[in-house]
Design a protein around this ligand. Sequence first.
Ligand code: NAD
Length: 483
Amino acid sequence: MTTSTFSPPTKLFIAGQWVDGPNKVTVRNKYTGEIAHELSGAGPDEVNRAVAAAKAAFPLMASMPIYKRADILRKTSELLAQNRAEIAKCVAREVGKAVKYAGFEVDRAVDTFRLAAEEAAQIHGETIPIDAVKSGEGLFGFWHRKPLGVVGAITPFNFPLNLAAHKIAPALAAGNTLVLKPAEATSLTGAWIVALLEQAGLPPGAINMVHGKGSVLGDVLVKHPDVAKITFTGSLEVGLHILANAGMKKVTLELGNSSPVIIAEDADLKAAAAKVAIGANYCSGQVCISTQRVYVASAIYEPFKKLLLEEVAKLKVGDPLDPETDVGPLIFEKDAIRVEEWIKEAVAQGATLLTGGQRKAGLLQPAVLENTKPTMKVISQEVFGPACSLIKCDTFDDALRQADDTNYGLQAAVFTRDIERVFQAIKGLNFGGVVINDAPHLRPDMIPYGGNRQSGMGREGLRFAIEEMTSIQTVMFRTGHSR
Ligand code: NAD
């Protein structure tokens, strides 16, 4: 595989041009605290120009033959693979994510664009048996899917490459155009995808990108009458704000979670402990499906605890650019301070800290708690940091009840070898995804992925995102003949 020394421009991308805006976005290396790069920042005018460019490019994209759209997506996938090392380093610097996991993120984006190219060729409708009713006699009917128009894509910091890919790739596969607003802290990773799409031959205006604060640019994009759809991944708070402001637009929201894991007494404890240790701590727990609440059968509580603590002790915390590192810093020091405070508050309220919790600037040692109460923040809210809690349960029913006792509903997991328990879990867990014998952070990129309750609305995953980024048009054709 060839490598490259290319780096994307630190500018806005509007109508096929890299341009400056009136503001500046400073991105720091999350481990050293040094300035990693400065980018041009947009104001409301640039958002409006970006939407106008996307609107102007829409007829061309909508009428582009599928094989041409698929070629661009496939080429982008290849370019992502060619630039894997550089992009992974960019993600590691901008997010603080350990470079080995940043590399997996690039691999997933490679897959996401490849799958989108394949999925583009599957977008189709069907004929309707329209003369099954008297009023349909003499009609021929079919439905098909049409692109919506301009899609506004707003992405978070934690998977800045692949979550942008999950919006851009299906939108383009379906013939839409886009305005991308990446998280400020990870702006250059967003620029990587845009620059590679440009290299892959995407026509000017088909994707546009504005950098800057969500609180300044977000409303302009979300309220814009020429934007047909908003697809957002981020916090519940911002998701609700977007929903209140979007008006008559389609909206997809991928929000937070407080992922539960159940360890039944028949589980493979060693395998479960290894998965939970990684699931709670990779990307410093800043994963929407990070393992947070671990409900453990009382019969195997002590041996599982011992195995988990052994696995957590193996995790190397430190410089994300070191290939040996498992856990880097949190995105900002204030977030590490918040998680540290939640842990201290839980301990003050009676919880026991079994390991970790020590903080040095943005780095937090992976923490494991026990003796928590359901009302503590580490249980009732999304921690979004390297901390999980062990909760002893006398019965599987009780574990299921507590696991499901949350306002969130993205993904949950159960470790068991008992098929009856598997089906009990499928029935009892009101989550968008249930994982058996692995941690909740599994997301192969074609699966229908999304949350119930306050974890969001709509589904991503190429085929499912395409459904949300197209509208169905029904055609009824009077022929004068029966079929
Ligand atoms: P965030 O909500 O703070 O920011 C996300 C994006 O929204 C950023 O681009 C930000 O600039 C923008 N934004 C901020 N204010 C806005 C406004 N008023 N209008 C429009 N856009 C605005 O989230 P974050 O801190 O970047 O990410 C962490 C959150 O994302 C966590 O809650 C996590 O669970 C969630 N998340 C969910 C998924 C999922 O697939 N369900 C995946 C990853 C992260």
